[in-house]
Design a protein around this ligand. Structure first.
Ligand code: URA
Length: 219
């Protein structure tokens, strides 16, 4: 699939999953929060789950943690339109409690499909839940943040880059400093993953047309 076809498939997938009932969170949500940003992003962020504001607006990271994410992106010369932002869960857990294992199992196929369609080269996981799910390893974020690792997700190998969750860094200045330092490495990592793609390119990769720009927040 070329980039235009992948963008169309992503839009269709967002439509399909807007009525997902694979887990009990469907009952309490205002809406599914699919993810937002560029459907052809090289850099993708994966957080934990929608909170109150995300559930209301249908867009990930629009609350306080989202404002910090925007600032961190601005610090490396990027905006939300340059990247794709999604979560492990697409529906808000009641009272913002931690995701449960059966909710993660129910939702992971949606995340993997998004990654397959967007084809990022660098996937930055925000916090423990996304890091453990996508690395397939139990090591916590305190140990692994700032250390990129190659992981195979479905048919693709990507570079996984674990980061502290912005919500955790909001009220802990020492953690914010580390998050800023880890963020500062993203441009070089991105350049490296683009220069040395770990997955075999598609045969027609060079001939790929540009996808239609996608309105931020549509997904
Ligand atoms: N925290 C997350 O992990 N995701 C969001 O979308 C908002 C806050």
């Amino acid at each position: 699939m070329d980039a235009v076809e992948r963008a169309a498939a992503l839009r269709e997938y967002a439509e399909q999953t807007s009525s997902c009932t694979r887990c009990a969170l469907a009952k309490g949500r205002t809406q599914v929060v699919f993810g937002s940003g560029s459907p052809d992003a090289d850099l993708m962020f994966v957080g934990e789950a929608p909170g109150f504001h995300e559930d209301q607006q249908g867009v990930p990271f629009v609350g306080q943690a989202g404002k910090l994410l925007d600032q961190l992106l601005a610090g490396i010369g990027l905006t939300r339109a340059d990247v794709f932002v999604a979560n492990v869960l697409m529906c808000r857990p009641p009272g913002n409690r931690d995701p449960l294992p059966d909710e993660i199992s129910a939702c992971e196929q949606h995340l993997f499909r998004k990654i397959e369609l967007i084809q990022p080269t660098l996937v930055a996981t925000l916090g423990n839940f996304a890091t453990k799910l996508l690395s397939g390893r139990p090591a916590g974020i305190t140990r692994v943040h700032g250390h990129e690792q190659e992981v195979t997700l479905g048919s693709r190998t990507v570079s996984l880059y674990p980061l502290y969750h912005p919500a955790a860094a909001l009220y802990t200045p020492s953690m914010l400093k580390v998050l800023e330092e880890d963020f500062a490495r993203i441009p070089a990592l991105l350049e490296r993953t683009l220069a040395e793609p770990v997955a075999a390119p598609e045969p027609d990769a060079q001939a790929e047309p540009e996808p239609e720009p996608v309105q931020l927040g549509l997904f």
